[in-house]
Design a protein around this ligand. Structure first.
Ligand code: NDP
Length: 255
């Protein structure tokens, strides 16, 4: 890494922390206009399904690119980390969009562009770090409690995320596009267990990689999804008079 890039990288990390804090506050006032919160006034729109593929695939390609760009990649442990990332993003970009029930749903192109920007940024900071520090993830790291715990947390989060999304998909019959109260799985305790799973997942990633970019991504995920879970929760309560009172937004029994 050149001195110029090292400086650029540091700015990216600090910038990521600052924007995560700002986004967390802003999103409590302006809910991102997609899904149930879609509304006019956000410019041209596009198919939601294509939007997901287009905006999430840079994370698949981006991480692999920056990771492989580094010279002298050695050792098997860092490849396990790469595999975890790709497990999530290959599913999100190329499988999830075909499992969702999104007939006729459209999104502002603006949202897709913002997500592409984030994924390019995020795969750069994480992929560059993993590529350049590949050799520090030795066989010893494989036995390190941080790695073991991080991987377990990641896989638990991934399972919660995929399972909760599956429950949501099962609420709609063929051709249906409306909303019902989800009642199975972790929906018994929170309105957005898919988001909860996502936050848990990337917290696991931060622990397993024990890296600053991993931490930035985990904080960004929380900053993005906590306000949205709050908006979903409020929306459910307003729309369904019989919405379970004991249910929380994102964190069981707490928030
Ligand atoms: P939502 O929970 O809003 O929706 C998920 C899917 O289920 C959508 O297809 C939605 O349809 C449908 N759905 C939601 N609620 C109901 C309901 N009550 N009845 C019937 N269908 C329903 O999640 P998002 O679309 O915001 O996110 C999708 C995935 O992407 C999640 O797994 C999330 O964790 C992840 N994600 C990750 C982010 C990150 O920062 N890492 C950021 C954003 C998302 P519709 O679209 O029509 O509302």
């Amino acid at each position: 890494m050149t001195t110029f890039e090292a400086q650029f990288y540091d700015y990216m990390i600090v910038g990521g922390l600052v924007t995560a804090a700002s986004v967390f506050i802003i999103l409590f006032f302006i809910t991102a206009p997609y899904g149930r919160h879609v509304r006019s006034g956000w410019g041209p729109t596009m198919s939601a399904r294509i939007g997901w593929i287009v905006m999430e695939s840079p994370a698949v390609v981006g991480l692999a690119f920056w990771f492989l760009l580094a010279d002298g990649l050695q050792g098997g442990v860092v490849w396990i980390l790469l595999l975890l990332w790709q497990l999530h993003y290959v599913h999100r970009a190329f499988i999830w969009p075909f499992r969702m029930k999104a007939e006729g749903k459209r999104w502002p192109v603006f949202i897709v562009l913002m997500a592409i920007l984030f994924n390019l940024y995020n795969s750069y900071i994480n992929g560059r770090y993993l590529g350049l520090h590949a050799d520090s993830y030795t066989g010893e790291w494989l036995r390190d409690p941080r790695f073991i715990l991080g991987v377990i947390i990641f896989l638990v989060g991934f399972t919660i995320n995929v399972h909760s999304d599956q429950i949501l998909f099962s609420l709609r019959g063929p051709g249906e596009s409306g909303y019902k109260i989800p009642r199975r799985g972790m929906f018994r305790w929170i309105s957005s267990p898919n988001y909860f799973g996502e936050v848990v997942e990337w917290t696991g990633w931060a622990i397993a990689t024990w890296s600053l970019p991993g931490l930035v991504f985990a904080l960004w995920t929380f900053a993005n999804l906590a306000p949205r879970a709050h908006a979903h929760h409020k929306w459910y309560r307003e729309k369904f008079p019989d919405y379970p009172l004991e249910r929380r937004a994102l964190i069981p029994f707490l928030f």
